[in-house]
Design a protein around this ligand. Structure first.
Ligand code: BTN
Length: 241
């Protein structure tokens, strides 16, 4: 079921309420305290983009140690959605969606764990649909409208995202994790390209050249640096774009 709000703080906060159950979606025209990854804020002009959160209750389908599969499934659903609007995107680890070097969509996934299992997963999605101008501090943004030169009905796009998310969730329920992992890896942004990365090390930051090879089951990014494969967790490495 889709629940609509005109204005709210953050749909990720709303979706935590017990009234929302598996498969429910909370969508807002405006978030006044939209949240991004790494403590950043997420700003989106009222009514121009999709800002919504979906509730998943994976129960026994996904072990806590395998929780990254949920991020991969969401990223694949967003890639498939954009393909249906003729936009060729890539997945920037962990689950930003990029077109070339421009970010079109951000995802904030929050898990609620109880007794060693995933009780609830809140999948927050900010997809830039019709916005054409962004604040100068927003790093390399784009939107579907900027890319394709047309404006979209937000409900049409939301309908496609929900379809694609449902189809990915069916893969999870049927245990087809390997298929999800393999598709995710094939769509990785900058995979097999030699690029610059920043590695924070205490007080300093090291700039290195490396090649993204894959993402491990744990969710760690595997990067070849000086001929050696190294694994990085969230916040341990940053792309230079
Ligand atoms: C990021 O790229 O930093 C993640 C952005 C996630 C934004 C979405 S918008 C809907 C949901 N509610 C929030 O407060 N954040 C997510």
């Amino acid at each position: 079921m889709i629940y609509r709000k005109d204005t709210t703080l953050s749909t990720n906060i709303d979706a935590r309420e017990a009234q929302y159950r598996h498969g429910d979606v909370v969508v807002a025209a405006l978030q006044t305290a939209g949240r991004g990854q790494r403590g950043h804020k997420w700003c989106s002009r009222k009514g121009e983009n999709l800002t919504f959160s979906l509730v998943w209750e994976p129960k026994g389908a996904v072990a806590v140690a395998e929780q990254f599969i949920l991020s991969e499934a969401v990223a694949l659903a967003l890639h498939a959605t954009l393909s249906r609007f003729s936009i060729d995107s890539r997945i920037k680890w962990t689950n930003d969606i990029y077109v070339g070097d421009l970010k079109i969509c951000g995802v904030l996934i929050e898990h609620i764990l109880t007794g060693g299992s995933i009780e609830r997963t809140i999948v927050g999605i900010g997809l830039n649909v019709n916005q054409k101008e962004f604040d100068s501090w927003v790093p390399n943004p784009t939107s579907m409208s900027l890319l394709n030169g047309v404006d979209y009905r937000l409900d049409d796009v939301l309908g496609v995202v929900c379809e694609e998310i449902e189809s990915q969730y069916r893969l999870i329920e049927s245990g087809r994790f390997e298929s999800i992992r393999s598709s995710y890896n094939q769509l990785l942004y900058r995979r097999n390209e030699r690029c610059q990365y920043l590695i924070p090390d205490g007080q300093s930051v090291e700039r290195v050249e490396g090649i993204v090879r894959s993402v491990a089951e744990s969710g760690a990014l595997c990067v070849e640096i000086d001929g050696r494969l190294r694994e990085f967790l969230f916040k341990e490495i940053e792309f230079v774009i």
